[in-house]
Design a protein around this ligand. Structure first.
Ligand SMILES: *[C@@H]1O[C@H](CO)[C@@H](O)[C@H](O)[C@H]1NC(C)=O
Ligand SMILES: *[C@@H]1O[C@H](CO)[C@@H](O)[C@H](O)[C@H]1NC(C)=O
Length: 322
């Protein structure tokens, strides 16, 4: 019995030690909020080839909607998405001339012709409607979305994936979701597209192993970071300008897990979040998440919470930088 007792004690000590080591690693490897822009990232190109500076999210809004499209090596899929989006947006403006909008394509350091393809839309629709922000180096989707958001003029800001997996007209569903939550006097609200209603179908099509990873991921999100939102990863999210400023100013994670940190921050600030079912098509060439990335994502998720606990990361109040 004594031996058993010793073993249990030793295991507890080991677990405690392990936890402290993990906390230390999380604390010491924490990167800071990175809002700095390369000089070239401060400008967009107009249809006549002029270089003009992007405005700031700190300025008052001057358009009804900004659509931020992060794009990494998307020269092939993006035209389909942009055609659909532009058709919808132009049509809506034709029916209601007070509906003003802009699309900001953020080329996340692509190696292909993503920027050139996007600039064709600037030429076709003008730089008032389509702007291209080309990042000098790949930052990751979260970093790209943030850079685009910080350059937005919209009263509302939508992030939408370049692969066009969500039907663009579903923006009306997330808009309705945003209207339903109480944004309060500060006008803080977020509305997330959700694929949770499709999960049963996708489980049927996926391997047992991938399904297991998916549930593992959901569990980690729920346990460490965000409760009450079934699909944190959908790339279709709508923010009020105020909510975008407040959440993106504190965002540290620039890669896969950025959605989770963003929603974690929103919940810390008590920003109301709507979750709205949207339609979703698996697009050919969708990037299957490799196993290694799942591990990284799991670690990032756990580290998000631990870094806030140890104080390595703090919620920031929005401040201007360049
Ligand atoms: C026209 O668009 C504006 C801005 O989006 C909106 O406030 C207004 O309600 C719209 N009017 C109609 C008739 O839909
Ligand atoms: C998705 O699209 C199908 C067919 O277009 C439609 O029947 C269904 O109601 C849509 N689902 C959602 C959640 O919008």
């Amino acid at each position: 019995m004594d031996i058993l007792c010793d073993i249990v004690q030793a295991l507890f000590a080991l677990a405690a030690l392990g936890f402290i080591v993990v906390l230390l690693v999380a604390h010491l490897t924490a990167e800071m909020v990175n809002l700095t822009r390369h000089e070239d990232e401060k400008y967009f190109i107009t249809a006549t080839g002029e270089r003009k500076p992007f405005p700031s999210l700190h300025d008052p809004f001057s358009r009804e909607l900004t659509v931020v499209v992060p794009a990494y090596n998307e020269e092939l899929r993006m035209p389909v998405m942009l055609d659909e989006a532009m058709q919808y947006l132009e049509n809506r403006q034709k029916q209601n001339s007070s509906f003003t909008y802009e699309v900001i394509v953020v080329d996340d350091g692509s190696k292909d012709k993503t920027t050139e393809v996007a600039l064709q839309y600037t030429n076709k629709y003008s730089a008032d409607k389509v702007r291209v922000l080309t990042l000098v180096e790949n930052r990751g989707k979260g970093g790209a979305v943030r850079m685009g958001t910080l350059s937005s003029r919209g009263k509302l800001i939508l992030m939408a994936d370049a692969d066009g997996a969500t039907k663009f007209a579903d923006i009306e569903k997330v808009e309705a979701g945003l209207k339903e939550v109480n944004a309060g006097p500060e006008n803080l609200a977020i509305s997330c597209g959700s694929r949770a209603h499709l999960e049963k179908d996708s489980v049927a099509q996926r391997s047992v192993f991938r399904t297991f990873l998916m549930y593992g991921f959901h569990f980690l999100v729920w346990f460490f970071c965000v409760r009450g939102i079934k699909d944190t990863q959908c790339g279709f999210k709508l923010f009020t300008r105020e909510a975008a400023l407040k959440t993106f100013s504190s965002l540290h994670v620039e890669r896969w897990a950025f959605d989770v940190e963003l929603l974690y921050i929103a919940q810390c600030f008590k920003i109301p979040i709507a979750e709205v079912a949207v339609n979703w098509t698996e697009i050919e060439g969708s990037k299957l998440v490799p196993f290694w990335s799942w591990l990284q994502m799991g670690r990032d998720l756990i580290f998000i919470r631990l870094r806030y606990i140890t104080g390595a990361w703090k919620l920031q109040s929005p401040h201007k930088t360049d």
